[in-house]
Design a binder for this molecule. Structure first.
Ligand SMILES: N[C@@H](CCC(=O)N[C@@H](CS)C(=O)NCC(=O)O)C(=O)O
Length: 225
């Protein structure tokens, strides 16, 4: 049975999964486009108990949470495309990889995602304008993280070593969105971060994923018709 992905192509978390599939050269999957209103339906809650996207159904195996799905797919398709996760017998490589995943989840994602919420999703969901004080706070938190990333990335090309891994790719959706939301030069003061992030944005896999901004512009244009 074909791998089914429940999500929205341009949504940040779905795009994380689609990027990994592109890196792995997997095209044999079905993207089932969800309406925002369907995420809390009983059918979808059976896939994701928190009612979020994405979730997958891989021949009856149901899994949710974009980062868990990416790790599962990187292992499932270990023998093809870009190697994105250390081999099972590479214990220290695995430790460094999980460390990098943890950096992203605990020091990068919150401020970057919160900028996205304040400056884009809040308005898109009719929850009022961005709170610019909060935006400044999240930007400053993100800069604190980038300063440390710059030191790490001076030592090796990617966060877990000299090979790209999904820990790096995890940064793409919200890092690119923060740039689009008025922080185009966010990474510029940190030369190693700038080089690293630009190299991620230049990957063919990421170029196949449409921007969330393009999606919102399309929705707005449709609503105005
Ligand atoms: N930690 C989750 C976050 C999932 C998430 O927040 N998804 C958003 C789209 S990016 C969503 O489902 N929004 C619709 C909703 O909350 O109903 C992941 O990485 O998959």
């Amino acid at each position: 049975m074909t791998l089914k992905i429940y999500g929205i192509r341009e949504s940040t978390c779905t795009s994380r999964v689609l990027t990994v599939l592109a890196e792995k050269g997997v095209t044999d999957y079905e993207l089932i486009t969800m309406k925002q209103t369907d995420t809390k339906s009983p059918e979808h809650l059976a896939r994701h108990p928190f009612g979020k996207i994405p979730a997958i159904d891989d021949d009856g195996f149901v899994l949710s949470e974009s980062r868990a799905i990416c790790k599962y797919l990187a292992k499932k398709y270990a023998g093809q495309g870009t190697k994105l996760i250390p081999d099972d017998d590479d214990l220290t490589g695995y430790g460094l990889f999980e460390q990098a995943c943890s950096y992203e989840a605990f020091y990068f994602n919150h401020p970057a995602e919160s900028i996205g919420f304040e400056k884009l999703f809040k308005g898109a969901h009719g929850k009022g304008p961005a709170d610019e004080d909060l935006v400044a706070k999240y930007k400053s938190q993100l800069e604190d993280t980038l300063k440390i990333y710059d030191v790490i990335l001076a030592k090796h090309a990617y966060l877990a070593g000299d090979q790209v891994s999904i820990a790096d790719l995890f940064h793409l959706p919200y890092g690119a969105l923060a740039k689009e939301l008025g922080f185009r030069t966010l990474f510029d003061p940190y030369p190693n971060v700038k080089r690293w992030f630009e190299s991620l944005e230049a990957r063919e896999s990421w170029k196949t994923v449409p921007s969330v901004m393009a999606f919102l512009a399309r929705m707005k244009a449709q609503a105005a018709k």
